[in-house]
Design a protein around this ligand. Sequence first.
Ligand SMILES: CCCCCCCCCCCCCCCC(=O)SCCNC(=O)CCNC(=O)[C@H](O)C(C)(C)COP(=O)(O)OP(=O)(O)OC[C@H]1O[C@@H](n2cnc3c(N)ncnc32)[C@H](O)[C@@H]1OP(=O)(O)O
Length: 303
Amino acid sequence: MAARRSPFMPTYLETILLSLYPATLILGSLFALLDPVSRAAPYNTATQSHYANTAPSYFAKKNNVFNIFFVKQGWAWVTFSYLFFLFTHPSTGPVGSLSVTPKRIRGLLRYGIVTLWWIFVTQWFFGPAIIDRGFLLTGGQCDLVELADQGKVDMDNTRQFVTGVTCKAVGGKWKGGHDISGHVFLLVLGSMFIFEEVLHVVSNSTRVKEERTIFMSDGAVKSAEVEAERAASESSGQWTLGAKIVLGVAALSLYMLLMTAAYFHTWFEKLTGLVVAFSGIFVVYFLPRAVPALRQVIGLPGV
Ligand SMILES: CCCCCCCCCCCCCCCC(=O)SCCNC(=O)CCNC(=O)[C@H](O)C(C)(C)COP(=O)(O)OP(=O)(O)OC[C@H]1O[C@@H](n2cnc3c(N)ncnc32)[C@H](O)[C@@H]1OP(=O)(O)O
């Protein structure tokens, strides 16, 4: 009998998904390099974006509606669509009832950890968020020179603006350091979280049989199915409205990732956004396959 795959290794569908992200970033970045319209449009290297009045596409403008109502509120979209999926899918509990089953609790815990990672990286991390701390640690700061020249602000106050948001709010320029792409981070984390949660619906409703492997407490490697309840795996493949909506949110995230890759940020900013997002996904969806104690608390989707 062939040896089982290591629990740390992605399944077939996961491999496709994981490669989709770097492929999207490369495709978008190559488009920016090769598209004559984008090349001809002036680019502001300080803000890593095109100027609104000469932007090469609607999606190259910061105020496009998809950016303002979707990405800038991205976690709210992920939250509501996931909760709707979790509380209406038959594999997690009775349909049409908001009863809190062990599977729903474990789904909420996985969502909670991924959300905590989003909060730490983009909103707050015992003070400034990780993105802002990284920016300051790599030599960045809030540049208030122009405002100081106009006598509107005292340059000695520079250090008090320790987040990109507060700096931009007073009219300063957030420059000099490495700015992990918040858009890439959010779009990858949110959509990969959704795909990991819904993958069992896809694999149980099609012929693509996915085998996630896990380490048992005695060290043996087995299929995750050994811990699944039979009734649950049968209902797992149902395409509910919640499953379609949540996948729609993930699909739009992928499209916005492509637009972000084409019109914003440096290669390195995109790469760090991707790596930081993947690290959160690894802890919630891959580590539990190898650590039975963690698996007992947060579970595996669909099991
Ligand atoms: C066991 C454990 C239990 C744990 C238990 C605890 C659990 C704890 C649960 C609590 C429960 C909470 C529940 C949450 C409930 C909600 O869901 S509230 C959520 C509502 N809020 C959100 O969703 C906010 C989401 N947004 C964000 O996080 C940030 O805005 C983002 C998306 C990361 C982006 O940040 P950003 O500053 O725009 O950064 P970046 O990508 O670097 O972009 C730089 C510039 O390029 C522009 N740009 C980049 N790409 C693009 C593009 N594609 N198009 C246009 N412009 C672009 C940006 O607009 C930006 O321009 P400026 O605005 O600075 O001028």
